[in-house]
Design a protein around this ligand. Structure first.
Ligand SMILES: [Zn+2]
Length: 268
């Protein structure tokens, strides 16, 4: 069984899912990050795969969504999914029927009855809640999104479109690949070095082979601080998808033969 010192691992009717204390204590949001455990998919997608676009059987994915939604008491029909393509495009969501165009990696809403959903297998989930303005957001920050500062852009859009004060925002940097597991080449590092406020001294460790170990979560944290989110209001999950690949879908751990996890968040 996997363990976390700062996330809550829950079990309901055989479904394992992760929640975040910083959100739980507000009573304002229903949320979770899924695991592999408790779904009906098979083979590489086993057991809980939450993507319709990775080749899995559609009926099985629907049943998986039904099960994970039941865990946090949201309706599957309330789900609005981003069509993630590693962009920094972020969209405001007004209704559960809203058509989300391709190339949207971040979603924001202030409406009840909408469950924001984004999909993961190593990339960094960024979840936001402004408990004063009742605004939530979910953004997908792989290395491209992180180079594009999608976390900072999400906070800025929450402020611009909904009047959020960044100092009120609670943020979760969810389960994602850890520095030990995430080797990248200088293409990525050179792009990060162009972001002048980043301190990469601990986030980037040069390796003897000329590559680097990158702490993507730490870079995301610095981007949120830059946007004005308070350090004490950011939870950085200690869970690595790749270290825990028996329980979490990991692209790196499987060479891409895997299903998808998802982050769900809705106003309570
Ligand atoms: Zn790891």
């Amino acid at each position: 069984m996997f363990k976390s010192s700062n996330c809550t691992i829950n079990s309901s009717d055989g479904v394992l899912y992760i929640t975040f204390p910083i959100f739980e204590k507000t009573g304002k949001v229903k949320h979770c990050f899924s695991t592999k455990i408790g779904g009906v998919s098979e083979g590489r997608y086993s057991q809980m795969n939450l993507s319709y676009t990775n080749g899995d059987d559609e009926d099985r994915v629907t049943e998986n969504f039904r099960r994970i939604c039941r865990c946090i008491d949201v309706c599957p029909d309330s789900i609005v999914k981003s069509h993630q393509t590693h962009t920094v495009n972020i969209m405001d969501v007004e209704s559960p029927d809203q058509v989300i165009p391709p190339d949207i990696d971040g979603l924001i809403t202030n409406k009840k009855g909408i469950t924001l959903c984004s999909s993961y297998a190593d990339c960094v989930p960024l979840l936001f809640c402004d408990p004063k303005k009742n605004v939530i957001a979910s953004s997908h920050s792989g290395w491209r999104g992180t180079v594009g500062e999608i976390g900072r852009l999400t906070v800025e859009k929450m402020a611009r479109d909904y009047g959020c004060d960044p100092g009120d925002i609670l943020a979760v940097i969810g389960p994602a690949i850890c520095q030990k597991c995430y080797e990248v080449d200088n293409l990525v590092i050179d792009k990060l070095k162009k972001i002048d406020y980043l301190d990469l001294s601990n986030a980037v460790k040069p390796q003897p082979n000329g590559h680097y170990l990158l702490d993507l979560k730490e870079v995301c944290r610095q981007e949120l601080l830059k946007a004005g989110v308070s350090d004490s209001q950011i939870l950085v999950s200690d869970l690595c998808t790749c270290c825990n690949s028996d329980f979490l879908h990991s692209h790196r751990a499987t060479g891409g033969k895997r299903g998808n996890l998802c982050a769900l968040i809705a106003l309570a």
